[in-house]
Structures are given as C-alpha cells and as structure tokens.
Design a protein around this ligand. Structure first.
Ligand code: PEP
Ligand code: MN
Length: 360
C-alpha cells in the first residue's frame, strides 16, 4: 500500500505499509528478551523491530547497552519473525558492525544529530551503500542542525533517508519528557516533503498513557509512521521503563488509530482540512499554555504588590502594554480593534488573579 504522500520512495521499495510501525524495546537486554518481544510483534502491523545496542545515556551509571553482542540476537529475531531490524549507530565502528550483520535500517540518535563531526563520520562510513537511515531530531530545538544532518547524508549520496521526531529537551519541566515543538517537524516536512517523517511518541512522552494521543496527532499532520518502544515487561525494562508499552497495548493503539488514506479528490480535501485543523488545535493549546504562564506571572506580581502595599491597577503600565501590543499586532496584520478586545480580556483576567492574591 502507498503511504499517504503517494511517494515512490524506499518505504514502497521495502514494501512497508502505511503507517510504518517500528516497535521493540528501548534496549536489547538478553537474547531471550529480544526474541520474546519480536515473536509477540510477529504478524502485527509492526514490520520493523527496533532494539538499542549502544545506548547513549545522558548520565553515566545507567545501563549502556549490550553492544555488539546483541547484533546476532537481532539477526535471529529477523530470521525467526521475518521482521526487518533496526538499531542506533553512533560512530563509524557501529556502522561497520551493523553492515556486517545485515541490519536493515539504521537510526541516528538525538545526541548524535547535534554533532556535525559524528554525523559526517557516519555518513562517510555509509558511502556507496543504499542503507536506509532515519535521523532523529537533535536534542535541542534547532531546525538547522536537523536539516544539516539530512544534507550531510545526501551529500554522501545516501538517498534512502527518513527523519524521526522525538521531541526536544527543555530546562523547564513540562508534561512531556521532551517537548514536541510540532512546528519544527512541520517546517522540516515543508522543506523536504518527500522525506518519510516518523514519530517517536515514547521519547516525547516519557510515559505510556499519552502515546496513543501523540500518534493520532501525528497522523493528522501527515506523518508516515511511528517508532514505539515496546517491551513484554515494561516496568522491569533496563532503560526507559516508564514509557514502554506491552506488545498487546501497541496492537490496541494501532487498531484504535484513525488512519486516513487519500483515494480521491474528496478524500484529499478532507485530509488537507484535517491537517490544518490539527495544526490549529496545536496552536490553540500553545495559546492556552502561554496564557496560563502569563497569569502565573501576574500572580507573582500580585504577591509583590501586596507585600509593598501597592494598588492592583497601575494605569500607566497598562497603557504602555496596550500601545506596544497594538504596534506589534499591526506588523502581524491584527487589527487594533482585535488587540484591544483580546488585551482587555487578558488584563481583566490578570486583575482577577491578583485580586484573589490580595484577598488571601
Ligand atoms: C532510543 O531510541 O532509545 C534513544 C536513545 O533515543 P534518542 O536518541 O531519541 O534519545
Ligand atoms: Mn529509549
């Protein structure tokens, strides 16, 4: 089946269906664990089996992977289940070993994408092969680094590429382990519309309860597939225990997803409309998040005013804000009337929050 971009790319050549589903544990732990999980994924919609062998851990002291020992476990999983196999490579030596053991697809981890030297080393080690490579976004929200990695592979004539969106780290703690910042992946998709875009909901979420919602959002944004960390006993996994799902949960997630396929003009219209609506929903959530942050700051100001016995309403400051926002709004094609209405409402809400502080 064609993926929804109607592309002829390596996903079609490998006969991988839409959405492409890559599943398997964060880390290969033992031969038994690898084979057990692979067998429970056999005959499901997951067609590619993942397992990390060389684990880039942010802090030392955590499980760092079984290394090259696991390569033959992956080969065995492939022989016994017919699934394709994929693992992360982080240097030229990993590439050499992975090629020798016929790993079908390689992925570049988020901590490698940040380093042009590492990306170049890996791309050069792959020169002359047609190995598919999936490039995760860098840990920091920098589109150029991600694009740069894609360009480095293209320059080495590695053409069978895809990208994996796994979210971005932030200093501030949020609901996610790694903030999705969907707009960055959407921008990359606009620049390289033919590049398969895969979501890694596991590393975005850091927990299993929102994996389904993240996958559904991605389908609405025309993603080509998912990479979901899957373990037969997630709570006892040697790495990333909180975010892994069992094979049966994964089957349910895939079954419940609403997958749209373009078959005619009317469907294409609906699909485009849905994509745009998904984008609007994301912007609306960001708006609310920002408004919530503004009110928290207003409350902190309320505490200061209360301690210093200052009145809640400071008209001079309010007029300055309004003037500034009207001028900025104009640059974004937002009418003065609109800015006035929106800001009056925001200001009123801030005053309400501050007044409740004064009453405490
Ligand atoms: C992983 O896929 O297990 C992994 C280490 O991911 P990332 O590079 O996205 O942190
Ligand atoms: Mn992981």
């Amino acid at each position: 089946m064609k993926n929804n971009k109607q592309l002829r790319n390596w996903l079609d050549e490998f006969n991988l269906n839409h959405p492409l589903t890559i599943a398997g544990p964060c880390s290969a732990e033992t031969e038994d664990q690898v084979l057990k999980i692979a067998h429970s994924l056999k005959d499901t919609k997951a067609t590619v089996f993942r397992a990390g062998l060389w684990k880039p851990r942010t802090r030392p002291g955590n499980f760092e992977g079984v290394g090259s020992l696991g390569l033959k476990w992956l080969q065995k999983a492939k022989q016994e289940t017919g699934m394709l196999i994929t693992t992360e490579v982080a240097n030229a030596n990993h590439v050499e070993l992975a090629l020798k053991h016929d790993i079908d697809i390689l992925w570049i981890g988020a901590r490698s994408t940040v380093s042009p030297f590492i990306v170049q080393e890996i791309a050069e080690a792959l020169k002359g092969t047609d190995k598919p490579v999936l490039i995760k976004n860098p840990v920091n929200p920098d589109l150029s680094l991600w694009l740069g990695a894609v360009e480095r592979f293209y320059s080495c004539n590695i053409k069978n590429l895809g990208v994996i969106h796994r979210g971005f780290s932030t200093y501030e703690k949020t609901n996610y382990r790694n903030n999705p910042e969907w707009q960055i992946a959407i921008e990359l998709q606009n620049k390289f519309p033919d590049l398969p875009l895969i979501l890694d909901p596991s590393h975005i979420a850091g927990r299993r309860d929102i994996i389904f919602d993240l996958c559904q959002t991605a389908l609405g944004l025309n993603y080509d597939g998912f990479m979901v960390e899957t373990h037969h006993d997630p709570d006892n996994a040697w790495s990333d225990a909180a975010q892994q799902v069992t094979p049966s949960s994964l089957i349910k997630i895939i079954k419940d997803l609403k997958i749209r396929k373009i078959t005619d003009h009317a469907d294409e219209y609906k699909n485009n409309l849905n994509n745009l609506r998904t984008k609007i929903n994301l912007v609306d959530s960001q708006l609310l998040e920002t408004l919530g942050k503004r009110m928290n700051i207003a409350e902190e100001i309320g505490v200061l005013k209360k301690e210093n016995n200052v009145a809640v309403l400071q008209s001079k400051r309010w007029n300055e804000i309004l003037e500034k926002m009207i001028a900025e709004g104009k640059k974004k094609d937002l009418s003065e009337q609109f800015i006035l209405r929106v800001y009056k409402a925001i200001h009123q809400e801030s005053i309400n929050h501050q007044q409740s502080i004064f009453k405490q």
